[in-house]
Design a protein around this ligand. Structure first.
Ligand code: SF4
Ligand code: SF4
Ligand code: SF4
Length: 266
């Protein structure tokens, strides 16, 4: 049975060609990551950031780019696709850790979805199917670890979402490339909101945020909202319960299928 993709807020069968293209990328992903990582490091070292920025925009038209969302949104998406056969969610090794031969935290966290599950399982037998409950449990566990759910897509198209990566800031290549050159990650539908009167200045949010959006000033948290990508990993650990996620004003949907998820919830 054909695996699916998202199109116009609906799940529709993906073509064999789409699966084969994603499979070609999947097979070569470790090599691609190593080359891009070395290239990025080189241009950062020689301080040629303008070149890196141009490269990032060019390569991003083909290679994966991502939209950061909250764990709750990722779970809502799993619910929305739970009508499908369970073989359309699978989990395997973090490709960045595998390719770059570095380890940090959970290793089996690369959640491939829809036609992406078919494409990755064709090349990597270690990818294991997850039922929706298992997928949601894993996402919650990864949130506790402070990892940010990110919907990755190729060709900058919502019809090509293939994975929910759960990333951090040290090893994750797309995150580091974004920090160096931009145009790799995009903010999701939510943004943090802080009630300063409830803040007790514990500083946990400063540690949890990969984007450096939080700082302590005179013992009270201050947020630079321009740096908040809306991952929500700072919410459950806020000791003053001073933070919540709210809808982002002017949100521009990229990859997270808002329409599909809201229709499924209705
Ligand atoms: S993008 Fe993130 S979760 Fe995905 S393979 Fe890289 S580090 Fe792992
Ligand atoms: S401030 Fe919170 S929600 Fe915003 S990016 Fe940082 S950790 Fe994520
Ligand atoms: S985690 Fe909450 S209480 Fe602690 S500094 Fe941040 S906003 Fe304040």
């Amino acid at each position: 049975m054909a695996h699916h993709k998202v199109e116009n807020g609906k799940l529709v069968p993906a073509s064999k060609i789409q699966v084969m293209i994603d499979n070609f990328y999947a097979r070569n992903e470790p090599m691609i990551l190593r080359v891009l990582d070395a290239t990025t490091r080189f241009f950062v070292k020689v301080r040629a950031r303008p070149v890196l920025k141009v490269l990032s925009r060019l390569l991003g038209t083909v290679f994966p780019t991502g939209e950061v969302v909250t764990t709750e949104r990722a779970i809502d998406f799993i619910d929305a696709i739970s009508v499908l056969d369970k073989t359309e969610i699978a989990v395997g090794p973090c490709m960045c850790q595998k390719a770059l031969k570095k380890r940090n935290g959970t290793y089996i966290k690369d959640m491939v979805i829809l036609y992406g599950a078919e494409a990755y399982k064709m090349s990597y037998p270690e990818y294991k199917d997850l039922n929706p409950e298992e997928a949601k449990e894993l996402l919650r566990k990864l949130q506790e670890e402070g990892l940010m759910p990110t919907f990755y897509s190729c060709l900058r198209s919502g019809g090509w979402i293939y994975a929910i990566c759960n990333c951090e800031g040290k090893i994750c290549f797309p995150f580091r490339a974004h920090q160096a050159a931009g145009a790799v990650l995009y903010p999701g539908p939510d943004i943090v909101s802080l009630n300063s009167e409830e803040c007790i200045g514990c500083g946990t949010c400063v540690e949890r945020c990969h984007f450096g959006a939080n700082t302590l000033v005179d013992g009270i948290c201050q947020i630079d909202l321009a740096k908040c990508y809306g991952c929500g990993v700072c919410i459950p650990t806020c000791n003053g319960q001073a933070r919540k996620m709210v809808e982002r004003a002017g949100y521009r949907p990229r990859y997270y299928p808002v329409e599909l998820v809201s229709k499924a919830a209705a």
